[in-house]
Design a binder for this molecule. Structure first.
Ligand SMILES: Nc1nc2c(ncn2[C@@H]2O[C@H](COP(=O)(O)OP(=O)(O)OP(=O)(O)O)[C@@H](O)[C@H]2O)c(=O)[nH]1
Ligand SMILES: [Mg+2]
Length: 457
């Protein structure tokens, strides 16, 4: 089958291959040349195939090494997993950071509130000290001067009220316009300044918060953008606060109507009793006052002076007498003498003095022995010039006595009249009268709407 030339060239190779193959696959018996060639060809083919496969494998490896930016699928998945883990970690860190910032903000706000509270407490301590000093001074005074002339009443009531609360109005309105001066939008800075102004006007933290919340809501709803209309917004919110409906005790059908005045030192209890007694007398009522402040002689004399001036009767005893005995006798005389009104004065007392508060309860008990549903009004007198302290006193006295109403005096000559708004907002006890001066007519029944008007117009 092979040509002679082919055999000549490949003979040595064929012979060696023949010898090898016959030894391994034919037990030493020689095989044909064709068969040897076939086996050789098959081997060579297989060798070529093996080399080719090896070459492809090596090439694919080197390609993978050369292009790390295109990883294989499992590597890609692993990288993706790693990436997700890092993102989750970062997100976690951001949440933690945000939480920390929020906590910091809350702590700062808390500190602000605590500082304010501390300032108010300090003010109370100072005022309480002043009250004590005043009490000692008053004891040394033999008599308290009482304004003797009735003022000419030419102005309307609103005008007189406006004049009375002049300082409060100027303080509030000037500070409000300063806070918004030159401001183009209502931002946190404007709201912070507004808060300062309201707090500074003695409206009180709770009421300030209520007003600010109403404004913030409107700003968020984009109903309010212009800082220049903030004053109107505040006025409207204060009008809403002041439009509260009180449960005023029915007092017209009582005879005698029995009123008990309570409060801390020097707030204007005796003066207010004198003014109210005079006003009842002007209406033709038969009035009796009871000098329940037996703590010092000057207090008894002061009420006696007022009773002369108001042209009403008085029950008075020596200084040092048990005040409950004076009150009992006053109510008894009120019943027997068919008086229309019996007004009982009491000594100034701090709500913190337990024995004095017990004394007050005793007075109420002796009144009830004679008239079970009396006193028909227990009026807490508050001094507006003490600002926030008036709110604290109301809170404390409410716990110790069944108050039915409040009287806020000395609104004239103070810039702290905003406290009336705070009191109306915070308590459900009606403000019955306000004092805007030292004359008889300067104690007026409280009209919340008129009061708001007197501040904003
Ligand atoms: N300007 C002003 N002064 C007032 C008003 N009401 C009371 N006063 C003055 O406040 C001072 C104290 O008044 P009082 O009536 O003695 O007070 P009080 O609560 O009876 O005092 P004590 O008996 O010591 O507890 C007096 O000088 C009053 O003239 C007011 O509405 N305006
Ligand atoms: Mg008095």
């Amino acid at each position: 089958m092979f040509s002679e030339e082919f055999k000549k060239i490949f003979n040595p190779l064929l012979e060696k291959a023949n010898l090898l193959f016959s030894k391994f696959i034919n037990k030493g018996v020689p095989i044909s040349d064709e068969m040897t060639f076939l086996i050789l060809a098959v081997f060579t083919g297989l060798l070529i195939l093996f080399i080719l496969a090896l070459w492809i494998w090596l090439r694919s490896r080197s390609v993978n090494k050369k292009r790390p930016d295109e990883p294989s699928e499992p590597i890609k998945n692993k990288q993706l997993e790693q990436l997700n883990k890092e993102r989750a970690k970062e997100l976690d860190l951001r949440i933690k950071e945000e939480k920390r910032l929020q906590e910091e903000k809350q702590t700062a706000q808390l500190e602000k509130v605590q500082k304010r509270e501390k300032a108010i407490k300090d003010q109370i301590t100072t005022l309480e000290d002043q009250g004590q000093k005043k009490q000692i001074l008053q004891r040394e005074l033999i008599e308290t001067p009482i304004p003797s002339e009735k003022p000419e009443q030419t102005d309307s009531f609103l005008d007189r009220l406006r004049a009375g609360v002049d300082k409060t109005r100027k303080h509030l309105l000037n500070n409000l316009s300063d806070a918004v001066l030159g401001k183009k939008e209502i931002n946190d800075e404007v709201l912070d300044e507004l808060e300062e102004v309201l707090i500074g006007s003695d409206i009180g933290p709770e009421t300030t918060q209520r007003i600010l919340e109403a404004i913030t809501e409107k700003v968020e709803r984009e109903e309010l953008k212009n800082p220049q209309v903030l004053q109107t917004e505040i006025e409207q919110e204060i009008e809403r606060i002041m439009s509260k409906n009180y449960q005023v005790p029915g007092t017209t059908d009582r005879k005698p109507l029995i009123l008990l005045f309570v409060g801390v030192n020097g707030v204007g209890k005796t003066t207010s009793i004198g003014k109210i007694a005079a006003q009842y007398r002007q209406k033709g009522k038969k009035v009796l006052v009871g000098a329940g402040d037996t703590f010092r002689a000057a207090a008894i004399e002061q009420l006696a002076e007022w009773s002369k001036r108001a042209d009403c009767d008085i029950v008075q005893k020596r200084a040092g007498t048990d005040p409950s005995a004076v009150i009992y006798e006053s109510v008894q005389k009120g019943l027997e003498g068919e008086y229309d009104v019996v007004i009982c004065d009491t000594a100034g007392r701090l709500h913190t003095k337990k024995n004095l508060m017990e004394e007050l309860k005793k007075m109420v008990r002796v009144i009830r022995k004679l008239v079970p549903d009396a006193p028909h009004e227990v009026l807490l007198v508050l001094d507006a010039t003490t600002g926030q302290n008036a709110i604290f006193q109301t809170r404390e006295f409410m716990q110790a006595a069944d108050l039915t109403g409040l009287i806020i005096t000395k609104l004239d000559g103070t810039s702290k009249g905003g406290v009336v708004i705070g009191i109306v907002n915070e308590f459900d006890i009606p403000v019955r009268y306000i004092g805007i001066g030292e004359q008889v007519d300067d104690l007026r029944p409280f009209d919340a709407k008129q009061f708001t008007k007197s501040i904003f117009s």
